[in-house]
Design a protein around this ligand. Structure first.
Ligand code: PLP
Length: 431
């Protein structure tokens, strides 16, 4: 059931960044403990951070023993071959596997990754010149942002957005310019996007494709429009493509870097977390032209030195999987998406149907809550299901949506759906 899920934009907005009384982000809030003992304040740029709402919801789910469909990680094992490879590496007599790797990624991993991405992107990728292995896409995005922007530079970000992008811009001193993705298809208004470029002269645009949380997969035509703006206004494109292999038919993933003239100005960030069900391994990467990669290497070196060496060696096994593995991943998530969406339909709950990634947004308007965070707490404590308040993804004051993820075993999804059947009995409409 594809529903028009954006209503009530005026309702209150709870974002992961606190606003000061004048509404801007980045205010210096003196910590009471520091005030008491007369110490200097901590950094202004981090004063507005709250903890991640997504990870907070995992803690709340655990507290109430709820079925946790909030933070996006699987409750099933990675491929057996990958785990075998990990134990082989762990006991490999080569002692260097347990010491620092080459800072921008082990040779073996970069070579395997270059071959895999060449295959899927259909363009040459040089393992020595175009790749930096990072600690997840999280670090890749941060390194990309710091490589591209100076303090005060503007960066265009579509809203809703993955919550780290706001923090990335604040940490690098850049200023986000938000452009809405409009329901029900989460299209963007071309004139609004063009105006964001024309009026702000942005240094970059962040493109999450497929998108978390709304499951949008950008079409080739949309990407071409964005690419043309990047070229016309001389902006970089920083992509986040962690769900590149989770794109449901008939939709197709198009890599921004493969569009004419775009490799030169695109930093493609991605991850092995989702594709191989190894979110805890913290392996991601950037792919970019040699000159940009040279700079990313330095930023990455000073941020983290490098990703975990033995895990980089072990993951080569997975990077060498053939096409059938990626088809299996897609079949698995297609079945899970259908199971979960049909379950919500049978309870009569309104939701979107994602084109990619593994999240569903549900409309909670009927319950009349002013705060979607309060709703999610009640959902965890009374109904026994963990979800993320949609407001943590939107710049607009949206608080009538919550996000579930379905990267879970079928029995976990069925347990969540079973609990959701009592939703209307256990949570009475307010107001
Ligand atoms: C859009 C998006 N980007 C990045 C990440 C984090 O990826 P990684 O585990 O590679 O840091 C996530 C995790 O949920 C995500 O949804």
């Amino acid at each position: 059931m594809q529903a028009p899920i954006f209503k009530n934009f005026e309702k209150s907005f709870s974002s992961p960044f606190r606003a000061n009384p004048t509404g801007s982000i980045g205010v210096n809030l003196l910590h009471p403990m520091l005030e008491r003992i007369g110490m200097k304040e901590l950094s202004n740029r981090t004063a507005a951070f709250t903890d991640s709402v997504i990870r907070r919801m995992t803690r709340i789910s655990n507290k109430y023993g709820a079925v946790n469909l909030s933070q996006g990680f699987p409750d099933f094992d990675p491929p057996a071959q990958l785990l075998d490879s990990l134990s082989t590496i762990a006991t490999d007599p080569k002692p260097l596997y347990h010491q620092y790797s080459i800072t921008w990624g082990s040779q073996a991993m970069r070579e395997a990754l270059a071959a895999k991405q060449e295959h899927f992107m259909g363009m040459p990728i040089n393992p020595n010149e175009n790749i930096v292995v990072t600690c997840g896409s999280t670090e890749a995005m941060m390194a990309a942002m710091m490589t591209v922007t100076n303090p005060g530079d503007k960066v265009v970000i579509f809203s809703p957005f993955y919550e780290n992008y706001g923090a990335d811009t604040i940490l690098s001193g850049a200023e986000p310019i938000y452009v809405p993705l409009n329901p029900p298809a989460f299209d963007f208004d071309r004139e609004t996007l063009e105006a964001a470029f024309r009026d702000n002269d942005p240094k970059a645009i962040v493109l999450c494709n497929p998108s978390n949380p709304c499951g949008k997969v950008f079409t080739r035509e949309e990407l071409t429009f964005i690419a043309d703006l990047c070229k016309q206004y001389d902006a970089y494109c920083i992509t986040d493509e962690v769900y590149e292999h989770i794109v449901y038919a008939p939709h197709e993933h198009v890599y921004m870097a493969t569009l004419p003239g775009m490799f030169d100005r695109t930093i493609s960030c991605s991850s092995l977390s989702k594709t191989y069900s190894i979110t805890g391994w913290r392996l991601g990467y950037t792919i970019a032209p040699a000159e940009i990669t040279e700079r990313i290497k330095k930023v990455h070196d000073f941020l983290t030195v490098g990703a975990a060496a033995p895990l980089q060696e072990a993951v080569v096994t997975a990077l060498n999987f053939d096409d059938s593995y990626y088809q299996e991943v897609l079949d698995l998530y297609t079945a899970k998406r259908d199971l979960f969406c049909q379950g919500l339909d049978s309870i009569g709950l309104t939701h979107n149907v994602p084109q990619g990634a593994y999240y569903v947004m549900m409309d909670i308007s009927e319950f009349g809550y002013d705060s979607d965070l309060d709703f999610c707490e009640d959902l965890a404590s009374k109904v026994g299901v963990g979800a993320v308040p949609g407001s943590s993804f939107f710049r607009e004051p949206v608080n009538h949506l919550i996000r579930f993820h379905f990267a879970k075993r079928d029995e976990t999804l069925n347990a969540a759906l079973e609990n959701l059947k009592s939703l209307r009995d256990k949570i009475n409409p307010r107001g």
